[in-house]
Design a protein around this ligand. Sequence first.
Ligand code: ZN
Length: 348
Amino acid sequence: MIDTDGIYARASAKLREKMYLLKGQWFEKRDACEVCGVDGRPQHQEYRDAVGRVLYNWTHELKKEPIFEQRGKRYRLINRDFKTVKPGDFSSKEIEFVWPYGIDDHTSFQFDKSISIQKGDVIGLGGEGNKGKSLFGLNVVTGNMDIHPTTLVLSENVHRLEERLSHFDWVDIYKDGDWKFEVLEAHGAAEFLDIARERCNNLIVFDWLSVTQEAYRVAEFYEELGKMLDEGVALVIQQKRSYKDYPVGGEGALDYTSAFLLLQSGRISVEKAKVTKDFDPTGKMYSFKIIERGSRFHDISEVKNCHQCKGKKYYQGDICGDCNGTGYKVVGQYFTDEEVGYTEDIEL
Ligand SMILES: [Zn+2]
């Protein structure tokens, strides 16, 4: 004897909880099943049927205020929650935001002076494997924990957090025996969105977003994330595929972020800066070093691609002599001997 009423009740509760993931798009029954965690396995048949009945009932039986509209096999969530705009909504939304900087030498990513971060903003940081993305995230957390309620969401290396933080000796990260920021372990876009909904007024750093297992595209994740945030701000760290210029999700990730940074092999470039103050840093690139066991940035400089090798590091089959194989040159400075490996300075 199958408890169909219980299954129906569970399916409707689950769909009610997860249907925000289906907002703003036409979807089919299998998409609704997927957000509810129901897949194509034979033992899920009863649940698939139940989800189907919920969709039907919420479309047809709630005559007064149906939740979905239907066209053929596709459904759409009817939105009754419109975003209203009031006078003054777009003024004074800027928040104080401390970007990472060179702790020991006081060098800075100069975009920190110009990018304006506003309440509700989503910032993206894409990059290759082990190149400093988590360091960037941790520095955002510790830089802002005294001025904003801050949440760090980790999807991996949770066990390494204490060791990494033990090198953050320039700042007091403890209060009453606990960290001054909250640390949550979570995996995947759906859980991240749940956290954003619950912490919509916090500064949230997501380290990092894995999208390979998710059916929902990255752009949709960013869009949803922006809607979840109220006065809070989110920094999303996501993996870049080495063979692509953009992180997983492509340029779509840029559409719904207010700032997008790309971190690769000792350099950060500004891919997007929506609201800026004295200059637009879009397209600018900054080199850096990482010191003290991966706890801090150092020697940050604005750089440009080398004219000779065009940033490719090789020229006519050899390591480019003009930039010594780095692919870039520091803007408005000479290379130091150590960087160049020569005894004489090279004029730019
Ligand atoms: Zn070069």
